[in-house]
Design a protein around this ligand. Structure first.
Ligand code: 13P
Ligand code: SF4
Length: 310
């Protein structure tokens, strides 16, 4: 089936099923183009908390679909390919959070949204790359157990006066680990007028060479507002599709062409069509677990919504 025909059938099925398609910024361009909503993890959580649809098709990795399911216990949440599982989210099992809490009973537990529901159920609050320092600052505790991404923990530590203890020791994203300071330095030498924007999942040495360190949707806001005409982007390459589409007068260069998240790319237009047609790949979170995990997301939305309005 060609793209035009797939698009036509998807639009028809969306209408018939009362479905909304939500896509992360790293999705393939043809998926971004049929989505009702595109965003970063925080945007997707916020949007799925208020979306008026009977069925949500989440084109992103497992923890994003789980978050949508947690926030919509009465709706059906589907994922085009259930193998789209973020490896970082698997790096912090619930048992590791419980152990860390035993060692640091006075500390609050802040977990990156890139975690499984079983870990979120053990957390005091969730955060994303768009609001981690805000979330940490909004808590009364001085010591914060923070995981699983060690680089986001480092980024957050630099922006708050709290004591951040990373859990586990070495949580990371294999895609953002690919960037090296030499990649950035080489591009900066070639394009001295290029503004460097990187994701906080990058190593500290890479973050230190950037002008802006932010979530994927915040990259869009920065690129739009910046007087610069050229940008060097340190995140998954799918992000460049949207940056270019929405800023046709500006030039975007990937800091590394091979920075591809295989899990995000598991979704295709064909799989979107099949999931909608057959109502398959439903995302289930057992109700008891969901009730415990939902609180961490809701507290984050409450706190970060408040901070945005302030
Ligand atoms: P954002 O929330 O910034 O889009 O990040 C999600 C992610 O998985 C980055 O690798
Ligand atoms: Fe997970 Fe990294 Fe892929 Fe983001 S880019 S979904 S953190 S593996």
């Amino acid at each position: 089936m060609d793209i035009a025909e797939l698009n036509r059938r998807i639009a028809e099925l969306k209408e018939r099923r009362g479905a909304a398609i939500l896509a992360h910024n790293y999705q393939r361009p043809e998926i971004q183009l049929i989505a009702d909503y595109i965003g970063d993890s925080l945007d997707l959580a916020r949007y799925s908390a208020k979306v008026d649809a009977d069925l949500i098709l989440l084109c992103g990795v497992n923890f994003m679909a789980e978050t949508a399911a947690l926030l919509n216990p009465d709706k059906t949440v589907l994922i085009p390919d259930p193998r789209a599982r973020c490896p970082m989210a698997a790096q912090l099992p619930a048992s590791a959070v419980r152990e860390a809490r035993k060692k640091h009973p006075q500390a609050a537990v802040v977990l990156y949204v890139n975690t499984l529901a079983e870990a979120k159920a053990e957390a005091d609050i969730a955060c994303t790359s768009a609001n981690a320092p805000q979330v940490v600052d909004g808590l009364d505790e001085e010591k914060i157990l923070f995981g699983p991404d060690r680089n986001l923990a480092w980024f957050t530590q630099r922006r708050t006066d709290k004591t951040i203890v990373p859990i586990p020791e070495n949580g990371h994203c294999y895609v953002h680990k690919m960037f090296t300071p030499a990649d950035i330095a080489l591009l900066k030498e070639k394009y001295p007028d290029g503004e460097v924007i990187v994701h906080p999942e990058c190593d500290p040495e890479v973050q230190q060479l950037a002008t802006h360190i932010c979530s994927t949707s915040q990259m869009l806001l920065r690129a739009r507002a910046s007087p610069a005409k050229r940008f060097i982007i340190g995140t998954e390459v799918g992000m460049l599709e949207r940056l270019r589409r929405e800023n046709p007068d500006k030039e975007f260069m990937p800091a590394l062409n091979s920075a591809i998240c295989e899990q995000m790319k598991k979704h295709t237009l064909q799989k979107v069509y099949l999931a909608l047609r057959d109502r398959k790949n439903e995302v289930h979170v057992p109700p008891k677990l969901a009730d415990r995990a939902r609180g961490a997301i809701e507290r984050m939305l409450e706190l970060s919504g408040r901070a945005t309005r302030d």
